[in-house]
Design a protein around this ligand. Structure first.
Ligand SMILES: [Zn+2]
Length: 450
């Protein structure tokens, strides 16, 4: 069996930072110790001096666009960008084409990933008005959960969070994790009409957070939380974007005991509404980028554990789809390659610690989804690891971008930290700009009880 020994590296894991060695044997971590000595035949030694070793990020919200939308991205292209960014596992949303709303379509996605993913994977089962019985059939040990993200509830209308009657049925009958996009349709509609009138039909992108408002987010999030509480359902609120919503979540509860969990996304932690001036349509997301106060509030809520995890909501579109008037410009953007580098920027700005980054991008994701044997640097666990040079400046130049869509809102940004190498299931898939062993990803497995 091939073995890899990472020597003299600084390990960030489970709230501690310490120097040590890590021995990988096959797909798993065999030993973690201060100093590992002994026979070196058949052992590849990696000098970790000056580098940090972290468990790979587990991103619970990506849109890799396959099947059906592969002009924007594919499981292969985006998982490749992900591992280059230090993401070793991902969970993909159901708004591919066709929407993932049957067990057969869900199985077909797993089959695609088996032959093309560099990172470990899971796929959400989609929910809409017509497929409740089918959605209830998923196997919780094999599938990460149910989600409406990116789907319409009824043909081309509505977000699920606006249908309390249906949510009651769903929450009362499922024991799966339900991950929801929470914004209120009626508030958005009213603000859209107001702004459309105000700007005579030509709404500027800066008005996006005035249409998809704080009130729209808070109203829907509150409604969904109340319903989930009523049935003690396992709810996960995706991409919380306002400070006001963070007060709706509890701190001081053990992560394993939370029935309601929540996440922040990288773009909401980095950008504010002032950035629309320069980046314009490129930072049009749903929910919208809001104020500096919201951004600070999200970071604070991560530190005090009201928010549990950090995700990307990686949602690539071609640049040509990010242009045009307010209605034509699609919401979403590519992030997986730059998410950890952005979080390390926040570390350099003293806004988050390395231990917190690891907790929110890996440990807690493994805990809330009950992922088996991943999310920590532990002996016996799968070796999903990332080597980081925390003090290596690099420019995110256009030629470095790996997304199939070919652009990033971070183009030309001088990052201060760099992902040097990424191991997935013990195999070094990304090594300082180069890729090896293209399809090492495995299906994520889960404990039954969530
Ligand atoms: Zn969403």
């Amino acid at each position: 069996m091939t073995k890899t020994l990472i020597k003299d590296v600084t390990i960030v894991n489970e709230g501690e930072i310490r120097a040590g060695d890590v021995l990988i044997s096959g797909e798993r971590i065999e030993r973690i110790e201060g100093c590992i000595t002994g026979a070196r035949e058949n052992v590849k030694v990696v000098n970790g001096e000056g580098l940090y070793l972290i468990p790979g990020m587990i991103d619970d919200q990506v849109h890799f666009r396959e099947p059906g939308l592969t002009h924007k991205g594919s499981i292969w292209s985006e998982s490749r960008a992900a591992v280059a960014g230090g993401i070793t596992s991902f969970m993909d949303m159901p708004n591919t084409s066709p929407n993932t709303t049957t067990i057969d379509l869900l199985d077909a996605k797993y089959e695609l990933a088996k032959h093309s993913s560099l990172a470990n994977y899971s796929f959400f089962m989609g929910i809409n008005k017509d497929n409740l019985e089918e959605a209830l059939r998923i196997d919780n040990t094999m599938v990460c959960g149910l989600s409406d993200d990116g789907l319409y509830f009824d043909n081309n209308e509505g977000i699920l969070a606006n249908y309390p009657g249906f949510l009651e049925q769903l929450f009362s009958r499922t024991n799966s994790l339900v991950a929801l996009h929470c914004e209120d349709d009626n508030i958005i509609k009213a603000e859209y009409n107001f702004n459309s009138h105000l700007y005579k039909g030509d709404i500027p992108v800066m008005a996006h957070p005035l249409i998809r408002t704080e009130e729209a987010c808070v109203t829907a999030t509150k409604r969904v939380i109340e319903l989930a509480r009523k049935f003690n359902a396992r709810l996960h609120v995706l991409h919380v974007s306002t400070q006001a919503e963070t007060d709706l979540f509890k701190s001081g509860v053990n992560i394993r005991d939370k029935r309601i969990t929540a996440e922040a996304c990288v773009h909401h932690l980095w950008f504010s509404d002032e950035d629309y001036l320069i980046l314009g349509d490129k930072i049009k997301w749903n929910p919208a980028i809001k104020t500096k106060k919201d951004r600070a509030g999200l970071l604070e809520a991560l530190r005090n554990n009201r928010l549990d995890i950090i995700a990307t909501d990686h949602a690539p579109h071609l640049l040509s789809e990010k242009r045009g008037n307010y209605d034509e410009c699609k919401s979403g953007g590519p992030l997986v390659q730059h998410a950890l580098p952005v979080l390390f920027e926040l570390y350099h700005q003293h806004k988050i610690s390395l231990e917190e980054i690891v907790q929110k991008t890996s440990h807690n994701v493994a805990e809330i989804y009950r992922i088996k044997e991943r999310g920590y640097l532990r002996e016996g666990y799968f070796a999903d690891l990332v080597l980081v040079d925390i003090n290596k400046t690099w420019i995110a130049g256009e030629q470095t971008i790996l997304y199939k869509c070919g652009w990033s809102p971070f183009t030309d940004y001088p990052f201060r930290s760099k992902v040097i190498g990424t191991f997935v299931n013990g195999t070094c898939v990304y090594d300082n700009g180069g890729f090896k062993n293209p399809t090492t990803g495995k299906r994520l497995m889960f404990d039954k009880e969530r």
